[in-house]
Design a protein around this ligand. Structure first.
Ligand code: ADP
Length: 169
């Protein structure tokens, strides 16, 4: 049984076995939560990302997939980078967003991570509406076959926190 917990705050301040990053496909860092994770995680995270690009993901990490690196100076053992889909009003990309959570949990299981902290993937620069993203995220984690004991959603502001809380009520 996976327990879902909610926290409002900065994911880079969390202590967990694995911290999930809403990365972009290049794996070279960006804005939002990605920038914050690289800033606080330090150069070791970027070095691992560069190595992954050189070895397995020369064309980028595909949307909906996940891959782990060291967590550097973060209070975690791993960062799991996942690439969310950009919101589209004309195309249903929900399964790709759900896949980010499923794949992150699958990678967490491979690593033996018991506690995993997630941001609200795709709800920033990728513009996914928060309520819909929360519904997809919670359903994906609830239905995932995983040994992770705690899946913790770390929501940056009150609006995001409330959207996720509504899904758990
Ligand atoms: P994406 O490109 O997947 O949309 P963003 O990083 O732009 O990713 O935003 C994803 C979500 O993460 C947004 O809801 C944003 O408010 C939130 N966010 C940004 N910085 C942090 C942080 N330090 N901790 C937790 N959540 C964050």
């Amino acid at each position: 049984m996976t327990t879902i917990t909610l926290v409002q705050g900065d994911i880079t301040r969390q202590s967990a076995d694995a911290i999930v990053n809403a990365a972009n496909s290049s794996l070279l860092g960006g804005g939002g939560v990605d920038g914050a994770i690289h800033r606080r995680g330090g150069p070791a995270v970027l070095a691992d990302c560069r190595a992954l690009r050189a070895s397995r993901y020369g064309k980028g990490l595909p949307t909906g997939r996940a891959v782990a690196t060291t967590a550097g100076d973060l209070d975690a053992r791993w960062v799991i980078h996942t690439v969310g889909p950009v919101w589209s009003a004309t195309e249903d990309r929900s399964d790709l967003l759900a896949s980010c959570y499923r794949e992150s949990l699958r990678v967490a299981d491979e690593l033996g991570a018991r506690t995993v902290a997630f941001p609200a993937v795709s709800t920033g620069v990728y513009r996914w509406p928060m309520e819909d993203a929360a519904r997809i995220a919670v359903a994906a984690v609830r239905s995932a076959p995983t040994s992770v004991e705690e899946a913790r959603f770390v929501l940056f502001d009150e609006r995001a926190y409330e959207a996720f809380a509504a899904q758990l009520r």
